[in-house]
Design a protein around this ligand. Structure first.
Ligand code: NAI
Length: 446
């Protein structure tokens, strides 16, 4: 769907009118294209710990223009705040105020990234307060940034440093145009595992990936993005969507499997197809999902059970088959599509929100099972994304959904796909059991 307002607000007259009237001013976001520079302009790395020094050295080794001190009035592509040794709330002031003086120098679509430690991992009240403070600080700062700039945080679990493979991969993801619509979020690096790809442009080379619900919308975008990143694809959708499914499969040189994922034998059918046609199976993306909205007072069995069945029960059954299969044991990856409705709730979506909350619970509890074979399972929770699903929302609600986030616009299917491709990669091998929101810092579920 086209967002005509965003187009208008970025043209000469539209820019002036929207500014004068105090209307939302959505920027044209810098989205990833192959060959694109990681970031536009120098990166300022703030922080005086050994972690800050090591991270600055790693960024330098990527041929980036790294500053350890701000140069007055120099335009910046990013500010990275390394806050990995906070012990008291007062410790935050030095690095934060040092960064503050550079905020006006950020370029359009610039990045602010924090690296800190999870508050939940500390039993010391003062340390936990300092760590939790980063959460409130970053989420507020992300709301203050303008012109498509975003702010996100990386949480380093015990045993993880700022230069552990998945921490570096997360820094790379947040710096790049791949994270254009991720804003105000924290991503936890749970272990020092993960391997950085030999070929940055094809991080999924040699992998066989299954994507459910791939005939259109977000699923088709996931298929295109995983293909671009080097994966071989098996695309699944219901028989009624067979024509569209075949078209997407042709486009990405993959194979199509017409299958209703809520069938009892869906997991085995997927494994058999992948192994027979492509020899192995490495990545499964649970994207297929449906809505059957009604206020709970008007909810019936068909609406409730179909949503629970397709959106979560089917995923649980398929995962059970995958975990039991000898063909899914070499660093397997599962990524599920949840929703911000499952975090914050949404009027008229009790069934859908229960199913998507279920996805997040399932991911957390399944993480240790995947870890047994060096694998991971994570979820991406999209906010308002421009697809057929959201095109059906009544116009006033749709417009509210689009604007009620820090970036003042809806996301594109490709924004969700980029986050999934990242979590499916070997570089994200140290990220397990987490949920990443792709919502432009939606006020729903903040
Ligand atoms: P969509 O309705 O455009 O596409 C969903 C696809 O899943 C369709 O091709 C459909 O045929 C397929 N599908 C449905 N039931 C199936 C089944 N039983 N077996 C196999 N395939 C099945 O939806 P959209 O917007 O692309 O959403 C994709 C995922 O993202 C869903 O899980 C949805 O809940 C989630 N999501 C979407 C948001 C949005 O703003 N569009 C926001 C948050 C989450």
């Amino acid at each position: 769907m086209t967002d005509n307002y965003t187009q208008f607000a970025n043209r000469g007259l539209g820019k002036k009118v929207t500014k004068k009237l105090g209307l939302p001013q959505p920027a044209i976001l810098r989205r990833y294209q192959p060959g694109q520079a990681l970031i536009t302009g120098p990166i300022l790395v703030q922080g005086s710990t050994a972690g800050a020094d090591a991270l600055a050295a790693s960024l330098l080794s990527w041929d980036l223009d790294v500053r350890r001190h701000a140069v007055p009035r120099e335009k910046l592509g990013a500010i990275v705040l390394v806050l990995d040794e906070l012990d008291r709330p007062e410790d935050l002031e030095g690095p934060v105020l040092a960064a503050a003086s550079s905020l006006r120098d950020l370029s359009p679509s610039a990045r602010v990234i924090t690296l800190s430690r999870p508050a939940a991992n500390s039993a010391d009240p003062s340390q936990a307060a300092a760590r939790q403070g980063v959460d409130g600080f970053l989420r507020s700062l992300a709301q203050e940034l303008r012109s498509g700039a975003t702010g996100n945080g990386i949480l380093l679990a015990d045993g993880v440093t700022a230069t552990s493979p998945s921490a570096l991969a997360a820094v790379r993801f947040f710096l790049s145009g791949r994270s254009a619509y991720v804003d105000g979020q924290f991503l936890t690096v749970t272990s020092p595992d993960g391997t950085l790809p030999a070929d940055i442009g094809q991080p999924l080379a040699g992998k066989v990936a299954v994507v459910t619900g791939a005939a259109r919308g977000i699923g088709a975008a996931i298929a295109r993005t995983l293909h671009r990143d080097g994966a071989t694809l098996v695309l699944v959708d219901i028989p009624a969507a067979g024509d569209h499914l075949a078209a997407v499969a042709n486009e990405v040189h993959g194979t199509a499997l017409q299958l209703d994922i809520s069938r009892e034998d869906a997991g085995q059918r997927i494994i058999d197809h992948a192994v027979q046609r492509h020899g192995h199976l490495d990545i499964v993306v649970h994207n297929a999902g449906i809505t059957r909205d009604k206020l709970l007072a008007n909810m019936d069995h068909a609406r409730w059970s179909s949503v629970i069945n397709v959106n979560i029960a089917a995923q649980l059954r398929i995962n059970e088959a995958l975990l039991a299969s000898e063909h899914f044991r070499t660093s397997p990856r599962i990524v599920s599509v949840a929703s911000t409705s499952g975090i914050a709730g949404n009027r008229g979506q009790t069934n859908y929100a229960a199913s998507k909350g279920g996805v997040m619970g399932m991911v957390r509890a399944s993480a240790p099972l995947l870890a047994e074979n060096g694998g991971t399972i994570n979820a991406v929770a999209p906010g308002f994304i421009e697809t057929d699903m959201t095109a059906r929302i009544p116009v006033a609600l749709r417009e509210a959904g689009r604007r009620l986030n820090s970036l003042r616009q809806g996301g594109q299917p490709t924004d969700v796909a980029e986050a999934i491709a990242f979590l499916a990669s070997d570089a994200a091998g140290g990220i397990n059991g987490v949920v990443l929101r792709v919502c432009g810092q939606n006020v729903v579920g903040a």
